[in-house]
Design a protein around this ligand. Structure first.
Ligand code: TIU
Length: 224
């Protein structure tokens, strides 16, 4: 069986290819003037992973893997944004407030678009999600079940918030998840490292971690 060299041990690749899940690579988090920078964060580290995520996407496209992109997005009337979420996680501005790229974290606003280099293409699922996890209040689980997808390769931002929440949700639903470590980033380097440790500790209590080069090489060997 083909496998990806990974921590805490090799990730076995199934016959049916895994899906690539790219979490929230939207301008709100990655570009200056978005929600992430309104919270007081430096977005540069997040911008740095864009080429790596693109290489993963290019590989998945070449090999015909299912691809899912998520955006953290709320309806314009904020009916899907709990007041508790709106009250917390505020910096200079909060969810729904007008910023330089439109209203923060609102579906359809310029800042809510996925960054240009990672734009979804025809045949790829682009999913809006009102929560941190990609399974909460979305069709993701049924989409994957219908296609009998059991393995997920996860990338995107931020590692300890929406990415880790999604990994844990997926873990509880029985998916085998691998987090691509150079294709995920946090505003807080220590939180990223802690997350990588938390995922792989205790025999892979949540899943696996591997670098993009290992992932791409193994995918090409297994499905190319
Ligand atoms: N603030 C932060 O690190 N993250 C979020 O609010 N959402 C995601 O992680 N996508």
């Amino acid at each position: 069986m083909d496998q990806i060299p990974a921590r805490p041990y090799a990730y076995p690749l199934p016959e049916r290819p895994p899906a690539l899940v790219v979490i929230d690579m939207q301008r709100d988090f990655v570009e200056p003037g978005g929600f992430g920078s309104a919270l007081g964060n430096d977005v540069t580290p997040l911008q740095n992973i864009v080429p790596v995520v693109r290489r993963l996407l290019d590989c998945a496209r070449r090999l015909g893997l299912p691809i899912i992109h998520t955006r953290e997005a709320h309806q314009a009337d904020l009916s899907d944004c709990p007041p508790a979420k709106r009250r917390r996680g505020r910096g200079a501005l909060g969810i729904g407030d007008p910023g330089p790229m439109g209203r923060l974290l609102i579906d359809g606003e310029p800042g809510n678009q996925i960054v240009p280099a990672l734009q979804p293409r025809a045949g790829e699922l682009e999913l809006t999600k009102p929560g941190k996890g990609a399974f909460y209040a979305t069709q993701l689980h049924s989409y994957l079940q219908l296609r009998e997808i059991t393995h997920l390769l996860v990338a995107g931002v931020t590692t300890e918030v929406c990415v880790q929440t999604t990994l844990r949700e997926a873990n509880d639903r029985g998916y085998e998840c691998l987090l691509v470590e150079d294709a995920t980033e946090s505003y807080f380097p220590a939180f990223k490292q802690a997350t990588l440790g938390m995922v792989t500790a205790q025999g892979g209590i949540v899943g696996w971690v591997a670098g993009s080069e290992q992932v791409i090489r193994a995918l090409e060997s297994a499905y190319g």
